[in-house]
Design a protein around this ligand. Structure first.
Ligand code: S3P
Length: 176
């Protein structure tokens, strides 16, 4: 049964903005797994990476995802790498309708150019984005739906998701 709407996708694909738009429309709880990791660790993500390394961050992220997915009626925005662990993917699929937001490299680079808080993109931004996108080529395939965000506004994407969600929910006999 679908209990949550879960947004996955590479950095800069619009997960946070779309999650906010969805919450305004259906008034479910807005949950951001990056924020929950920061709260539980009492540190910014960049500090967690620099002080403890990526694996430590991934462990904290997995704990957060496991906990979040036990609740329902949430719009969940996940970090771009939350899909890398199979256990995380399973938790998402089992308790939510998972939507992958996609965008091409140029759009992603344009969107995150001003943003300095992403540890995995420090250095040559273009090179890092292109390399990571290649590494994660199939990482978002597991989602129930895929939406290319380069072509639509935030509001259009939110509307599309809700339309599809209605249809999906009827299909699986799990009314809102
Ligand atoms: C990451 C994406 C970030 C954050 C962390 C790692 C990734 O989240 O979780 O910096 O591995 O793609 P956003 O996708 O919200 O930027």
């Amino acid at each position: 049964m679908t209990q949550n709407i879960v947004l996955v996708g590479f950095m800069g694909t619009g997960k946070t903005a779309v999650a906010h738009a969805l919450t305004q429309k259906i008034h479910w709880n807005l949950v951001d797994t990056d924020e929950l990791v920061e709260q539980s660790e009492q540190k910014k993500i960049s500090e967690i990476f620099s002080e403890h390394g990526e694996e430590y961050f991934r462990d904290a992220e997995s704990r957060v995802i496991r906990e979040v997915m036990q609740k329902d009626k949430q719009i969940v925005s996940t970090g771009g790498g939350a899909v890398l662990r199979e256990a995380n993917r399973e938790h998402m699929l089992n308790s939510g309708w998972v939507i992958a937001l996609l965008a091409d490299a140029a759009t992603i680079i344009q969107r995150i150019k001003q943003d300095v808080h992403r540890p995995l993109l420090e250095g040559d931004l273009d090179e890092k984005v292109i390399r990571l996108l290649k590494e994660r080529r199939n990482a978002y395939d597991f989602a129930h739906e895929h939406i290319d965000t380069s072509r639509y506004t935030i509001d259009e994407i939110a509307e599309m998701i809700l339309e599809q969600f209605d249809r999906y929910d009827m299909l699986y006999d799990a009314p809102l």
